[in-house]
Design a binder for this molecule. Structure first.
Ligand SMILES: Nc1ncnc2c1ncn2[C@@H]1O[C@H](COP(=O)(O)OP(=O)(O)OP(=O)(O)O)[C@@H](O)[C@H]1O
Ligand SMILES: [Mg+2]
Length: 325
């Protein structure tokens, strides 16, 4: 039996906007075992990043606020800690680390890579500056930065986009965290570099047995690496299961739509028509209703956003598919 590392329960995050309160994350529950790779998949704007930022307690407040839910990391009740408390800062970086969508927003442009890396370690670990520098260079070598001793003295702008992404992976691994959250770490790059980086990230987490939450638009990518997949739509998880369960027997019409968007050689892509609903003043119906080719009368009446167990590890929120109506 593997040990549970992360448990997220009923996580709900809202933003105050000029037009009203937007519920970006709605009662999200999922979990990650030690050393496991879990995918979070869904279209742009469905709440993938806000979910992960909530877990890390990095939601800008105001306008954002976690209004309900629990996050447990290896037994510690994280939402009990204040966002900027010593405990929470200790968790971020040291026990779980995030690799962001755009490295330039998280690297300091005015500090060399080597110094930024050393500072992460001297903040969290009891090691000397000399040791921190040696470990930084070693980690740069592990992510295949050529001539790492010299490149450690580069500023971020002196590196290519692909190299900066590798530096992000190296930085995330510095304190040997139990969990890495990779949020669309690669989509801003071309396909070859994207593939190289995913392979690199995969080899690094395998080597250190680090758990990985992989956030992406692309079900194809997740299927290649993950053990389990959570499909998000309009702020909620609408289907969850092992890669095999989701791939061979998708239940929710949205998941089926996403699968048809995975490129296959010689086949035409069939994008899901329409747009996700507004997160402000959510309708009391199924959030996928307007885009669903299989809607039934009852789908207009109930929101049907709670996951229900299907079989094995598979669960879905689609009441119609569950045969409830
Ligand atoms: N600072 C903010 N203020 C107001 N609304 C926000 C803020 N940040 C996010 N949101 C809203 O939360 C919703 C979810 O955003 P999120 O960034 O989690 O989407 P995502 O699934 O990560 O999309 P993408 O795939 O494009 O990265 C969006 O509809 C967005 O408008
Ligand atoms: Mg995002």
């Amino acid at each position: 039996m593997s040990n549970r590392l992360l448990t997220v329960e009923g996580l709900t995050t809202e933003f105050r906007t000029e037009r009203g309160v937007a519920r970006a994350v709605n009662k999200v529950s999922y979990n990650v075992d030690e050393g496991e790779i879990v995918g979070i998949v869904g279209e742009s704007g469905c709440g993938k990043s806000v979910t992960q930022l909530s877990v890390m307690q990095l939601i800008p407040n105001p306008p954002g606020r976690i209004i309900a839910g629990k996050v447990w990391l290896d037994g510690a009740d994280l939402l009990k800690y204040k966002r900027d408390s010593r405990e929470m800062r200790g968790v971020r970086g040291a026990r779980m680390a995030m690799v962001f969508q755009e490295p330039m927003t998280s690297l300091n442009p005015a500090m060399t890579i080597g110094r930024q890396m050393s500072e992460v370690m001297t903040e969290h670990l009891k090691i000397s500056k000399k040791e921190a520098r040696e470990r930084s260079i070693d980690m740069l070598a592990q992510v295949n930065i050529p001539d790492p001793g010299k490149r450690a003295d580069d500023y971020p702008h002196q590196m290519s986009g692909g190299m900066r992404q590798r530096v992000m992976i190296a930085m995330a691994m510095l304190c040997r965290p139990q969990l890495i959250i990779a949020d669309e770490a690669t989509t801003a790059l071309d396909a070859t570099i994207q593939a190289q980086l995913l392979e690199l990230l995969y080899s690094v987490v395998e080597k250190y047995r680090t758990a990985l939450v992989m956030v992406t638009h692309n079900l194809g990518i997740v299927a290649r690496y993950a053990n389990r997949i959570n499909v998000m739509y309009a702020g909620g998880i609408i289907e969850s299961g092992t890669v095999k369960e989701i791939w061979s027997k998708p239940m929710h019409p949205y998941t089926q739509g996403l699968l048809r968007c995975v490129p296959r050689l010689g086949e035409k892509l069939r994008p899901i028509r329409g747009m996700p609903p507004s997160l402000i003043n959510r309708p009391g119906t199924c959030p996928f209703l307007a885009r669903c080719g299989e809607r039934r009368e009852n789908c207009y009446r109930e929101p049907a956003t709670e996951l229900t167990h299907v079989e094995g590890q598979h669960s879905t929120a689609c009441a119609a598919r569950l045969g409830r109506w």
